[in-house]
Ligand binder design. Sequence first.
Ligand code: BGC
Length: 426
Amino acid sequence: MKKAILILMATVLVGGMLFAGGGQEEPAAMEDVMEVEVLHWWTSGGEAAALNVLKEDLEAKGISWVDMPVAGGGGTEAMTVLRSRATSGNPPAAVQMLGFDIIDWASEGLLANLNDVAEAEGWDAVVPEALQKFSKYDGVWIAAPVNIHSTNWVWANKKVCDELGIALPIRSWDDFIMALDKVKASGRTALAHGGQAWQDATMFDSAVIAAGGPEFYKKTMIDLDEAALGSATMKDAFDKMDQLRSYVDDNFSGRDWNLASAMVIEGQAGFQMMGDWAKGEFLNAGQVPGVDFVAFRTPGTQGTVTFNADQFVMFEVDESLRTAQNMLASAILSPTFQVAFNTVKGSVPARTDVSDAEFTIIGKTGMKELAEANSNGTLFGSMAHGHSCPAAVKNAIYDVVTAHFNGQYDAAQAVQELVKAVASAK
Ligand code: BGC
């Protein structure tokens, strides 16, 4: 009885808040179920800490959170679980998703329409264009963007670097190789890496830019230009991957990315090449930026930013679940949540009107570089994280990059395989 009254009060309150901007109040439905089931892959310590910000925010509004975690960066495993839930006609209310995956799901007609919330809260004016491209389908808002991550970063153990006389930040590829050599010579693992396709691909995005610059990245990973994909410059990108491979320890295969971060945190390794969600992991371990760890753009990629954005895609659910689903969408886009969440997660807000005051120096730099790259035309979607080309092409590129990284092809063969794989997937 008590619970029913509470639920009713929450519904009335939220109905009022949600639609206040639109000037009308939605009548509260007695039978509303105030819970949201959320499918996501935020299972590391830093990710879980960030997710808690959202859970607590919703719980304070009377919504219970039904957690559906599926480990695996890049979301490949999560998409497989989602497929089976959707096939049995029972998708979760909200699903963490990246870029082109969203478009694929939207084209199946299974997603909810968030336009009422989006209009009432003015999302069109504050969500960057590069994100709206994936948050909307046929003019309908189908997803609530949570953040913007960027992927071309190196994370360094400051004490290890100081001890070995490595000056940070490192700017050029050659200096990076020299630094890796020094760490390797000290008996540590030079490059902490987890051998999973999406992690190999994360390094490959940067190797492509370091080999051919931003124009080359655009031609190959976005325009899928056959001549550029098969060029000598692409061979240089694979040569760079071969160099990186020589600094990875013997146990890299299958390792989760956060365990690779832990190797840097604990000083067993010097560097990790990873998106800025790694910052959440360092912070969660009590590390202080500039004192314990330093982050810098992957050498050879300065001025270019490869990004991805996590969005919570809302599925068409039973009417009784819609108020809670709309409240989740509304909570995600609120400026206070955007700051509270992104300062923990390592990402930057998915709105253009949020101050950087609460962010660390790395977050402030990230926001500044993102804005600069955006106005210079050097902000690109990350291939590795589903924002440069459709999922089928991305998966075809993953296969070649991983096979090469594991020694199945030399660099010249990898170039040929890449051309073939992209041609048959696009
Ligand atoms: C997501 C991040 C996540 C990372 C590792 C990326 O694809 O965008 O939010 O932290 O995978 O799990």
